[in-house]
Ligand binder design. Structure first.
Ligand code: PMT
Length: 396
């Protein structure tokens, strides 16, 4: 579930080989409950057919400024009214230049000029075209005009070259569209988040870990970023891709996580400890692979530093949020943990439902009491948590 449900999105395609990704984007948007209207330039129709886009969007595709199907013959006005967002993907170098100049010689450029809603553009072009001063000048103008530029990414290009200018993947554009509907509750704030498991080495190839996937922590980092915060994500080993638009620091052990957090915490307004940090590590990590013997062996453990506990008791501590995963007595254990760690807010979840899952269920404990967040995808819960944090943050 996302905030895209029920939104009216006008998806514009200009000419570029990345037009095929717009087909997948349409599918993602319609699946998420958006009403998608597609407008294509003449060049776009050379890369992908309107029939494909019509089948995926479930709506007739518009390509012509002089469309007799529109009762008042003003397709540009009809289509741009009532939209929640216009998304141009792919946005070619030529189309960006038109937008920057305010030209309107076809349906897509005309309705962009006639819009009353936000406009997002996902550039797609060859790396030389991207790097050309003319394109960069146009982008600067577009950003100054309040147009959101999504990407591009760097990578293999259709022309055989490798570099900047590749259009974002459909899922990334979808995420950016979802993000643009979020209230900027943490604008101007700096948020430090820990996520994932830690890995405590026993020898060169073995260690103690846990089954945290990082999904909850990454969702919290994404929600904070979407709320307008500058986010640093300190992540234990996970298989997740770094969310765009935030700083990710990769660590392995609890000690490394501690060091990475301590090096950055002075600048943070909010610290959210979502990571499942190992409480103990082997006293000694062997520098070689341990050989199998015949009898029992004993592993001696020593406690790891408590990252959240240390941050929360600093002078000028940021607003601290802890997580607690419990297998039983969830509420009593979590509330006790909040008091022990001296944090103003703690999110409790049942370990057996939370670790590795896509959905979760949280109970938030603060000075006012308990607040239940019912079962939902982790990103939905993360957004509710961020909204709760924004309410509790001291007003300056
Ligand atoms: O990653 P996922 O698969 O999405 O799963 C999410 C999650 C279950 C890991 C997450 O929702 C969660 O509950 N994280 C906290 C796990 C936990 O039980 O932590 P704890 O009870 O050991 O620690 C309490 C708090 O202190 C946590 O905020 C933890 O980050 C922090 N801590 C703990 C130990 C330590 N040495 N340093 C810490 O900062």
């Amino acid at each position: 579930m996302t905030d895209i449900q029920g939104k009216r999105i006008l998806l514009g395609l200009s000419g570029g080989i990345a037009a095929y990704k717009a087909a997948e984007l349409t599918r993602l948007l319609t699946q998420a409950g958006a009403e998608v209207r597609v407008v294509m330039t003449e060049a776009a129709c050379r890369f992908i057919t309107p029939v494909t886009m019509q089948a995926l969007s479930g709506n007739p595709v518009h390509t012509d400024l002089w469309d007799a199907r529109v009762s008042n013959n003003m397709a540009h006005i009809e289509l741009s009214r009532g939209c929640d967002a216009i998304v141009v993907a792919p946005a070619s170098a030529d189309f960006l230049a038109k937008l920057a100049l305010g030209l309107c010689d076809d349906l897509l450029s005309t309705l962009c000029l006639a819009r009353e809603c936000r406009l997002l553009a996902a550039p797609a072009m060859n790396l030389q075209m991207w790097g050309n001063p003319a394109t960069q000048r146009n982008l600067k103008q577009l950003r100054a005009d309040g147009i959101a530029i999504l990407g591009p990414a760097s990578g293999d290009q259709a022309c055989g070259e490798v570099g900047m200018g590749r259009m974002l993947e459909a899922e990334e554009i979808f995420e950016e569209i979802d993000a643009c509907f979020q209230p900027r509750l943490l604008a101007g704030k700096r948020v430090l988040v820990t996520a994932g498991p830690t890995f405590e080495p026993i020898d060169t190839v073995r260690g103690i870990a846990n089954t945290s996937s990082g999904k909850m922590g990454y969702a919290v980092a994404r929600a904070a970023r979407d709320a307008g915060a500058a986010v640093t994500l300190v992540s234990g080993p996970t298989a997740l891709a770094a969310p765009r638009g935030l700083e990710r620091i990769d660590v392995s052990s609890a000690q490394q996580m501690y060091d990475a957090v301590m090096a950055r915490v002075a600048k943070a307004d909010v610290f959210i400890g979502v990571a499942a940090v190992a409480d103990y590590r082997p006293t000694e990590a062997k520098g070689h692979k341990l050989k199998k013997g015949t009898g029992e062996i004993t592993l001696q453990l020593r406690p790891n530093p408590d990252i959240l506990g240390t941050v929360a008791t600093r002078r000028n501590a940021p607003f601290c949020v802890g997580f607690a995963a419990e297998t039983e007595n969830l509420e009593a254990n979590a509330d006790a943990k909040r008091r022990r760690k001296k944090v103003p807010l703690l999110a409790a979840n049942l370990a057996q439902h939370a670790f590795g899952a896509d959905d979760n269920q949280l109970i938030l404990f603060d000075d006012q009491g308990r607040h239940e967040l019912p079962r939902a995808p982790k990103i939905v819960l993360a957004r509710a948590l961020i909204a709760h944090i924004a309410k509790l943050l001291p007003k300056k």
